[in-house]
Design a protein around this ligand. Structure first.
Ligand SMILES: CC(C)(COP(=O)(O)OP(=O)(O)OC[C@H]1O[C@@H](n2cnc3c(N)ncnc32)[C@H](O)[C@@H]1OP(=O)(O)O)[C@@H](O)C(=O)NCCC(=O)NCCS
Length: 166
C-alpha cells in the first residue's frame, strides 16, 4: 500500500473519527474533537496508507522540539491489523526521522499491552514513565529507538543538494 501525506480537512476528520472509535483513545476518553486536534498542531506531518479512498492506517510525526522525531500517533484500522501495515508505517516514519535525527520517540499507554509488544519487537525500549499522564490510573511509557548520541549524528543531505565539491 502506498503511503502519502494526509492534508485535506475531510481526510483528517475521517482519521479523527477512526481514532476516537478505537482503543487506546476510546479508553482514554478522547472524543473525535480531541483526536482532531492531533492533526492541526504545527510541525506535525500525517502520512496515510489507503485502500481506495478509505484510510487503512496512518502515522503522525512531530519534527520539532527536544523530542524531535516523536511519533504522536500510529493507527491501523481494525480490518487491516495483523497484516504488517503497522510495521510498514513505522518503517516509513523511522526512515523519515532517522534521516534527520538519531532518535525516534513515542508513548504507549500502560494498558496497551499489544502495542507495547509490537514496539518492543521493532526495537523500542523504555526511556521513561509518565505517571497518570492522560488519565488517573494509566501511565504513559516513553519509548525510544536510537542510532546513538546526538553529537555523533550526521543528518542525511536533502536530495538534490551537494556540498559544493564535485
Ligand atoms: C498497534 C498497531 C498499530 C499495530 O498495527 P498492525 O498493522 O496490526 O501491526 P503489524 O501487522 O505490523 O504487527 C502486529 C502483529 O501482527 C503480526 N503480523 C505481522 N504481519 C503479519 C502477517 N502478514 N500475518 C499475520 N500476522 C502478522 C505481527 O507478528 C505482530 O504481532 P505482535 O502483536 O506480537 O507484535 C494496531 O494494532 C493499532 O492501530 N492498534 C490500535 C491503536 C494503537 O494501539 N496504536 C498505538 C498507540 S501507541
Amino acid at each position: 500500500m502506498k503511503i502519502t501525506r494526509l492534508r485535506l480537512g475531510r481526510d483528517k476528520n475521517a482519521a479523527a473519527a477512526l481514532m476516537a472509535a478505537s482503543d487506546p483513545w476510546r479508553k482514554l476518553g478522547l472524543r473525535k474533537e480531541h483526536c482532531a486536534k492531533t492533526f492541526s498542531v504545527p510541525f506535525r506531518e500525517t502520512w496515510a496508507a489507503r485502500e481506495g479512498k478509505a484510510i487503512a492506517g496512518f502515522v503522525v510525526i512531530t519534527m520539532y522540539g527536544t523530542f524531535r522525531g516523536y511519533i504522536q500517533v500510529l493507527f491501523v484500522a481494525p480490518g487491516f491489523r495483523s497484516a504488517g501495515l503497522g510495521e510498514a508505517l513505522m518503517r516509513f516514519a523511522e526512515a523519515k526521522i532517522f534521516a534527520r535525527t538519531p532518535n525516534v520517540f513515542l508513548c504507549v499507554s500502560s494498558f496497551n499491552k499489544g502495542a507495547s509488544r509490537f514496539y518492543r519487537r521493532l526495537g523500542y525500549r523504555k526511556a521513561g514513565l509518565l505517571k497518570d499522564f492522560l488519565i488517573k490510573g494509566s501511565d504513559e511509557m516513553l519509548l525510544r529507538k536510537t542510532k546513538g548520541p546526538l553529537r555523533d549524528f550526521t543528518a542525511a543531505r536533502p536530495k538534490g543538494k551537494t556540498n559544493g565539491k564535485r
